[in-house]
Design a protein around this ligand. Structure first.
Ligand SMILES: O=C(O)c1ccccc1NCC(=O)[C@H](O)[C@H](O)COP(=O)(O)O
Length: 210
């Protein structure tokens, strides 16, 4: 199995960020959506140095995204709302790297994905929820077998410590990585480092501890 990109999303606290980064994760996500319980209110005293910084936005203005991208030195902008292909093109022309999230509950939810061809570095397929993200809900990953685009994607939505077998058994030519969030929290925005460590060990080796 090729190594998967590991993205841990919705982090808020400096020591927690430092400890999660030390698990050798690839991306750490910061939520800049005021209605999220994981919204980053202030700049933490520590920001990832090695892991890529991902800023998550929901239907936010270009001006605000550019401001956060600069202030946090964001490597990727994750668009988690109803952002159009034209809007993605505009952000991309400003030099930003994009991850576009799609909410999936049935196969027709994949219909618009091809409109974003060539505009994003990654797609992220998440469970459909009125909260936009961070619901802890899973969708039927088999629906993704209908995705035949070229853009690599991150698998997301309700991934939890018991998802190891399903992830290792899920194969798709464009699966690039996984995104974990609320199912690994002690409180919104605070991740359980030990739980993530054990999960990653199992994902990477196929062996569960103990
Ligand atoms: O996490 C949030 O609170 C959130 C709120 C609004 C938009 C996006 C949000 N999270 C983005 C993510 O990439 C999450 O990791 C993704 O939705 C999966 O979350 P979960 O189902 O909790 O694993």
């Amino acid at each position: 199995m090729a190594p998967l990109i590991i993205k841990v999303c919705g982090m808020t606290e400096a020591e927690n960020i430092r400890n999660v980064e030390q698990l050798d994760v690839d991306m750490i996500g910061f939520i800049f959506y005021p209605k999220s319980p994981r919204c980053l209110c202030e700049i933490p005293a520590y920001l990832p140095v090695r892991a890529k910084r991902v800023g998550v936005f929901v239907n936010e203005s270009k001006e605000t995204i550019l401001m956060y991208a600069d202030r946090f030195a964001l490597d990727y902008i994750q668009l988690h709302g109803n952002e159009s292909p034209g809007y993605c093109r505009s952000l991309r022309s400003s030099g930003l790297h994009l991850i576009k999230a799609f909410s999936i509950s049935q196969s027709k939810d994949l219909a618009t994905v091809s409109d974003y061809k060539g505009l994003c570095d990654y797609y992220l397929f998440d469970a459909k929820t009125s909260l936009y993200g961070g619901s802890g809900n899973q969708f039927d990953w088999n629906l993704l077998h209908r995705y035949s685009g070229m853009t690599p994607f991150l698998l997301s939505g309700g991934i939890n410590p018991y998802s190891v077998k399903a992830i290792r058994e899920f194969h798709h030519p464009k699966l690039a990585g996984i995104d974990i969030n609320s199912r690994f929290e002690t409180a919104p925005g605070n991740k359980d480092v030990e739980r993530i460590g054990k999960f990653l060990q199992a994902i990477r080796t196929g062996e569960t501890a103990g």
